[in-house]
Design a protein around this ligand. Sequence first.
Ligand SMILES: [Mg+2]
Length: 99
Amino acid sequence: MSSPTIKEMTDLCHAIARSKGFWDDPRNTGEALMLVVTELAEAMEAHRKQDAANFREELADTFIRLFDLCGGMGVDIEAEILRKCEKNKLRPYKHGKIC
Ligand SMILES: [Mg+2]
């Protein structure tokens, strides 16, 4: 059995969120983005508490919220990540920053 693609994970996360009613009304994009940030803050807090299991779970929450948002907005994040990785390969060492 192969691992799901990012596109499949996006579709899954969005389908679950939609089934739970989170898309019954139009989403506020700014609020949705900040909810991704709150998951990162939760991961930071778990890291501070040296709670490795919760840290991993909060990282998962971060991706789940982001994949859901991408699914809801029709963003092919898999294609965007691949496109940006190719762009980053061409950037200079440390992206040209001195410090
Ligand atoms: Mg969380």
